[in-house]
Write a protein that binds this ligand. Structure first.
Ligand code: SF4
Length: 336
């Protein structure tokens, strides 16, 4: 009860009933923090399709069950996986630091926004750190910029992206793991619905921003079926996407701690197989990879979709941020 066993005297009617009500469920509380940073551009490992990454936030409220990026909270000694979703850190001083760093690097090798957090998660509405970064990119030229998101909030920044595109290359990768709204809700509890993401694809394409769809991560026996991927690629094409790719689920220990219980609850018949495949190695190897690669290639051909944005000449065999299939050694951070 709100007031313990006995409600305050004087309450009558609905007020008394309300005071006597049992708590059925308490809502999760998301806490937002400001965190200072010494740098905002991070050098990626050799073999990645972009040389730099930028994440305006730490943590991600979307709470995808498969999220690999949970480990980033461990750097702050936050090891409870729920804290990755409930404690969101917005980077402060982002603009001056980015301005300073952009003077020192060659951005034509690729700068990817959103490799370890969704840059358009709910915090962005309030803190605008992704937008702040884009404002800096709008002052520059010669940068190859890509953004990966699950959120239709990206459409807010279309005018800014158009400005950036005048002197830089810019592309947006929209992640849609499935068109099945119920499954998407289970997998990505607080991310926008798949139809909203498709609407964002349409809006970006209409604005002339190169946009692609990635069904990442492709989850064996959950989202990897030919018909599911085909439907998704067709919807992507119909909404104006020009490229399509896919990377197979990889499960670091931090993601297994969340994903395995999810599988146990939602797909109990798959748990044993997931455990066998992923317990000792975060990456799936062998013929399955070849089969999915061939499947994606066929689907792409069927709908006339490229493997990467038109302005980049990334080798198709290289994994873009979630785009294609990397060797396990170079599997990129970004799956979202
Ligand atoms: S996969 Fe991406 S969108 Fe989902 S919780 Fe992780 S960072 Fe956020």
């Amino acid at each position: 009860m709100l007031f313990g066993d006995s409600p305050p005297p004087g309450l009558v009617g609905i007020a008394k009933l309300a005071a006597q009500s049992e708590v059925l469920e308490s809502k999760r509380i998301v806490q937002y923090f400001e965190i200072g940073c010494r740098s905002v551009l991070n050098r990626t490992r050799p073999g990645m399709p972009f040389e730099w990454s930028l994440n305006p936030y730490r943590g991600c409220e979307f709470g995808c069950r498969y999220c690999y990026a949970r480990y980033t909270h461990e750097f702050m000694e936050l090891r409870d996986s729920a804290e990755f979703e409930d404690k969101i850190y917005a980077k402060s001083n982002l603009q001056p630091i980015l301005r300073r760093e952009l003077k020192k690097i060659d951005g034509s090798g690729g700068i990817a926004i959103g490799t370890a957090t969704d840059p358009y998660q709910p915090a962005e509405r309030r803190f605008g750190r992704t937008r702040a970064a884009l404002e800096v990119f709008a002052e520059h030229s010669g940068v190859a910029l890509s953004i990966t998101t699950k959120s239709d909030l990206v459409t807010r920044d279309i005018p800014l992206l158009e400005t950036i595109a005048k002197r830089n290359s810019v592309s947006v990768n929209i992640t849609i793991t499935t068109l099945d709204t119920g499954l998407a809700r289970a997998l990505e509890p607080r991310a926008p619905r798949p139809d909203l993401r498709l609407r964002a694809v349409r809006a970006l394409a209409d604005a002339g921003i190169p946009v692609g769809v990635f069904p990442n991560p492709i989850m064996p026996l959950i989202t990897d079926q030919e018909r599911r991927l085909d439907r998704l690629a067709k919807a992507a094409r119909d909404h104006g996407a020009s490229y399509f790719g896919g990377g197979i689920l990889f499960l670091m220990p931090c993601s297994r701690r969340v994903f395995f219980p999810f599988v146990e609850q939602r797909f109990p018949h798959l748990l044993r197989r997931y455990r066998e495949r992923y317990e000792s190695d975060p990456y799936l190897k062998g013929p399955y990879r070849d089969m999915i690669r061939a499947r994606i290639n066929e689907i792409r051909d069927r709908y006339g979709l490229a493997s990467s944005p038109p302005h980049r000449d990334w080798a198709p065999e290289t994994d873009a941020q979630g785009s294609l299939f990397a060797s396990s050694a170079t599997m990129p951070a970004c799956v979202h």
